[in-house]
Design a protein around this ligand. Structure first.
Ligand code: PHE
Length: 342
C-alpha cells in the first residue's frame, strides 16, 4: 500500500464512478489498506501499536482526500463531452400550415404585388353562374350528373338548380356585376367540386381564377401575367407556353404549359424519359380571352372592353412543384404522409 500513489489516484479521478472504484480498491473488504490493516495481527505487540497508529493516520488522510474529491465531482459523468452551448437547439415539432394553405398564401402574395385583389366566391353556386354566363348551354356535358354535383334545394326560374361550384370561373360574371364594370384585376381562390377520385383528382379541390378586364387588354397581358406567376412560383428559369385549346367561355382559348423543373424542359432524365412530364412540358391550366357572351352576362360591352381569364388547380401546381405525388393524402388527414415536404 503506497500512500502517495493512492492519494494521486484519488485526486486524478474523473468521475464519481471512478472514485467509488478507487475507494473500494483501498477501503473495500479486500482493499489494499484493509488487507494491510488485517496483516497487523502478524506483528509483535510493539510493532503492531506503532504501525497501527501510522496506518490509521494514513487511512484518515486518504479518506479526507476522498471526501474533498467526491464533492468536487458533479453527479454528471464527466467522461461525457461537455455541452456545447453554441450549437443550435433541437427544434420541437409544433405543427405547420396545410400545403394547400401555404400555396394559397404564395399565390395571393405573388398577385397582390402586381396589383390584383383577391375575392372568394361561393362554394354552392347557381347553375346560371356556373354554366349559362360562361356560354355553356343547357346541353353542355358539364351539366351531366356524372360531371357535376347537383344540390337538392330550391330551383330558381332565373338561375336554375344549385351546384357545388365545379370551377372558379363562375366568379367571372359575378365579379363583373359586383364591380359594375372595368377595370377588373381579380384573383379568386376557392374550393371546387367534381366527382373524380384518383392520384391527380379529389372530389374537392382548389382552383384560382385570374380575371383582367379593361380597355385594350390583349393576349400579351395574359402571357406576361402567367409567365410572371410561373417564374415567381417555380423559379426564374421556368418557361411558359400557350397551346391552342377550346373552352366555351374564352375565345381564343389555350392550355397553359410550363417547362418541367425535374428535367429542365428536356423531357429526359439520365437518358430516360422524364417520369414527371414525359415531354418537357407540364399542363398548368386553362386560359383565354374572355368570350363576348361572358362580358355581356357581366353587363360589360365587348365592343369597348376586352379581357383575359385563366383557371389553375392548386393541388396541381403542388404536384408540379414535386411537393406531392398523389393528391389524395392531402385530404385524408394523415399529416405524416407529406409532412417532410412542407
Ligand atoms: N374553368 C376552366 C376549368 O376548370 C379553366 C379556365 C378558366 C379556362 C378560365 C379558361 C379560362 O377547366
Amino acid at each position: 500500500m503506497d500512500k502517495d500513489l493512492a492519494q494521486q489516484k484519488i485526486e486524478n479521478a474523473q468521475s464519481r464512478e471512478e472514485l467509488t472504484a478507487i475507494y473500494n480498491e483501498l477501503f473495500g473488504k479486500n482493499g489494499s489498506l484493509t488487507v494491510t490493516l488485517k496483516e497487523l495481527k502478524n506483528l509483535s505487540i510493539e510493532e503492531r501499536k506503532e504501525r497501527g497508529a501510522e496506518l490509521n493516520i494514513i487511512k484518515r488522510e486518504l479518506q479526507d482526500v476522498y471526501d474533498v474529491k467526491w464533492n468536487t465531482l458533479s453527479e454528471v459523468d464527466t467522461h461525457k463531452p461537455p455541452i456545447d452551448v453554441t450549437l443550435p437547439g433541437e427544434r420541437t415539432v409544433t405543427g405547420d400550415l396545410h400545403l394547400t394553405t401555404k400555396a394559397i398564401d404564395d399565390i395571393r402574395r405573388i398577385f397582390q404585388k402586381i396589383g390584383f385583389y383577391d375575392y372568394t366566391y361561393h362554394e354552392v353556386e347557381w347553375e346560371y353562374f356556373s354554366f349559362d354566363t360562361l356560354n355553356m348551354g343547357p346541353t353542355h356535358p358539364a351539366r351531366d350528373d356524372f360531371e357535376t354535383f347537383f344540390v337538392q334545394g330550391p330551383v330558381s326560374s332565373k338561375y336554375g338548380r344549385m351546384v357545388m361550384s365545379p370551377h372558379t370561373s363562375s366568379g367571372q360574371a359575378r365579379e363583373m356585376l359586383r364591380r359594375q364594370g372595368p377595370p377588373i384585376r381579380m384573383i379568386s381562390i376557392a374550393k371546387c367540386y367534381r366527382p373524380n377520385w384518383d392520384a391527380s383528382h379529389t372530389p374537392m379541390f382548389h382552383q384560382f381564377e385570374g380575371l383582367c378586364v379593361d380597355k385594350n387588354i390583349t393576349i400579351n397581358h395574359l402571357k406576361g401575367t402567367i409567365a410572371h406567376f410561373a417564374r415567381e412560383y417555380y423559379g426564374s428559369d421556368v418557361k411558359t407556353r400557350l397551346r391552342p385549346y377550346h373552352f366555351q367561355f374564352t375565345e381564343p382559348s389555350f392550355e397553359v404549359d410550363i417547362s418541367c423543373s425535374v428535367c429542365n424542359g428536356t423531357g429526359m432524365v439520365d437518358n430516360r424519359k422524364c417520369k414527371v412530364c414525359k415531354s418537357g412540358w407540364l399542363e398548368l391550366g386553362g386560359a383565354g380571352m374572355v368570350h363576348p357572351h361572358v362580358l355581356r352576362s357581366g353587363n360589360i360591352d365587348p365592343e369597348v372592353y376586352s379581357g383575359w381569364a385563366f383557371g389553375i388547380g392548386i393541388e396541381r401546381i403542388l404536384m408540379m412543384r414535386g411537393s406531392i405525388e398523389d393528391m389524395r393524402p392531402l385530404y385524408e388527414g394523415n399529416v405524416s404522409l407529406y409532412y417532410h415536404n412542407s
